[in-house]
Design a protein around this ligand. Structure first.
Ligand code: 5GP
Ligand code: ZN
Length: 136
């Protein structure tokens, strides 16, 4: 936590282009944006990802994501917004302080989302059962 760059940004020890702050959350421009206005929303208390964040911090973050999305879309005159969150290394998480990306999108900007493939025979019901078993 002592070396966490986003904790340092929240504390003002590292500079950032802050766009919003309240008691629980901090939002600032991503240093390498997909498009200008690409913003990261983080909880002020350190948590690593969706698996360890407390319900109150998560609720605070996701409320800010909702309201800032509309603000950022208007401000950048974007054609849409992607909300993205990477959890753990193999899901693309590079900074281990929970953050939600708000990404303004523009017609023809060329940013590619994920690839998709149809389920093979019997695969959907198998994974559905596994998920439901974890719920019970
Ligand atoms: P992740 O891949 O972990 O979901 O995304 C981390 C994001 O943090 C990246 O998009 C990266 O550009 C951004 N980032 C990394 N270091 C800094 C920094 O020091 N300042 C700011 N503003 N953004 C950063
Ligand atoms: Zn941190």
């Amino acid at each position: 936590m002592g070396e966490c760059i986003f904790c340092k940004i929240v504390a003002g020890e590292l500079s950032s282009f802050k766009v919003y702050e309240d008691d629980e959350t901090f939002a600032f421009l991503d240093i390498r944006p997909v498009n200008p206005g690409h913003t990261l929303v983080v909880p002020k208390h350190h948590s690593v990802n969706i698996f360890d964040v407390g319900a109150e911090d998560w609720t605070a973050v996701i409320k800010v994501v909702r309201s800032l999305s509309a603000v950022i879309e208007r401000a950048t005159e974007a054609d849409g917004i992607n909300i993205n969150m990477n959890n753990r290394e193999h899901a693309g998480q590079v900074v281990d302080h929970l953050h939600v990306h708000i990404i303004p999108r523009f017609k023809g900007d060329g940013f590619k989302l994920w690839h998709q493939t149809p389920y093979k025979e019997g695969e959907a019901v198998k994974v559905q059962k596994k998920i439901k078993a974890q719920l019970s």
